[in-house]
Every structure is written in C-alpha cells, then in structure tokens.
Design a protein around this ligand. Sequence first.
Ligand code: URA
Ligand code: SF4
Length: 265
Amino acid sequence: MNAGRSAVFLDEMGIGPLWRRRGMPLAEPAAPVAVAAAAAAAAAEAEPVPAPATIAVAEPFAPVVPEAPPADDVAGMDWMRLKSTVAGCVKCGLCNGRTKTVFGVGDEKAKWLFIGEGPGRNEDLSGEPFVGPAGKLLDNMLRAIGLKRGENAYIANIVKCRPTDDTGRDRPPTPEEAAACLPYLQRQIALIQPTVLVALGKTAAVSLLELGHDTPVSSLRGTVHRYAGLPLVVTYHPAYLLRNMADKRKAWADLCLATSAYASA
Ligand code: URA
Ligand code: SF4
C-alpha cells in the first residue's frame, strides 16, 4: 500500500494532519449508496414455498412421505430461497424483536466480504447493514482500498436480526444466537465465493474462529487466519473506531494486510 493511498485512507478516516505529497489528489466523495434498490431486490426475490409433493398410497391411513428436501436445508439453497428463508426465520429468539431481517448487501460476486456483528436500530428499521455513522466510516474504509458496497464488496453480519437488551439497547448476540444464524452466512460465503474475508470486530472474529468471547481483537490482528478455506483478517469494528480515533491507524494496517492476503490468494 503506497503512501498516497495511506494518506487518502487516514484523511477519509478523519485523521490529520497528513504528510501528503504535493499534487497527490484525494479520493472523490462516494456517491450515495442505493439502499432502497438492494432492499427492493431482496423483497422481490421472495418466492412462495411450493407445497410438498405427496406420494400415492396403497392403503388408507398410510403415512404421507414428503419428497421435497427439508425446509431448513440451508446448505443447498440458491440466493432466492436463502433470502426468503432468512426473511421468515424464527430459529432464535431474536426474531421476536426485529422489525426487518438484515440479510446483507453488495456484489453477489464480490471478492471482498466484510462481516460485522448484527443489525443495530438503524439497520433493523432499514433492512440494510451498516447504515448509521459506523456504516459511513465503513464506506470510507472500503473507498480507501478502492472498493464500494455493491462493487466487489459484500457486507453481512453474524446475525440477521437485531439483538437488544432488557432496556431496548443494542447488545452483541449470544454465542447461541450466533450459532443459530451462522448457516445463513456460511451459505452466503459459499454462493459469493469471495477471495478474502474481513471480520469487523470481536463478535465476527470469535464467532468465525470459534474462540472465547473474552478474546481481545488486538490479539487476533496482524495474522491471516483461515475460515472455510479462505484468508480471514480481523480488524476493529467501525463503531469502536468512532470511539477510539487512535486505533484507526491500526485498522489501516489491517486493511493493508487484507490487501496483501487478497493479492497472494
Ligand atoms: N454494526 C454491525 O456490526 N452491523 C451492522 O449492520 C450495523 C452495525
Ligand atoms: Fe433466524 Fe438469524 Fe434472525 Fe435468529 S438472528 S431469527 S437465526 S435470522
């Protein structure tokens, strides 16, 4: 990663002053993300589940055996079926409090897959991941490495429904909730076939790497891990970075590591 790109990144991330070479241009502001289009596309793809076929029976009262595969055979689903299944999912208690499921958004052929924790309030209302201030920072991080949501980048979360505590505030998903939802993300990975995964924050990192929830992100940075045979780089969650400006430089180093993992994959 050259000094010019680094300067752009740090500038996008609100860190200055910068040593910028004279004449080195900064990136243009990105166009607003087509939020509605992605949500509409997901909704449009929902299809009715066909009634299970029945077999002819020789005698009355013989059991009827359905021929269709089990409805929760997530590993075999195409995009359309996966989206409609998630939209109606009641596999964990998070279904009770949600307004909308947040499936994920971006280029379904992306080489880069960014994985966050789970929807917050804004995402629960809009149905799209990372739409609040943390999302704006994530978009800046993407732009700094030449990506854009919808263009060679896909953004998903560990859980698709918003976790809240007793007082209605956002909280991380429990390991049980993460485990219940993980097959959907695994299927998204299998369908997208990305080249590199970036775990945004502790929940994504420990859920994918099957580590204890007290594992600090700092101990997972700087190493190219593997998940589902793919390189996985761990960095800080954008919401954390908004509260801890100084660590934005470390996030830049993490994205540089991910870029080199991408290049050598
Ligand atoms: N934080 C996340 O981890 N994911 C979102 O979609 C929004 C905020
Ligand atoms: Fe289903 Fe995941 Fe929502 Fe739980 S969080 S209800 S597993 S979609």
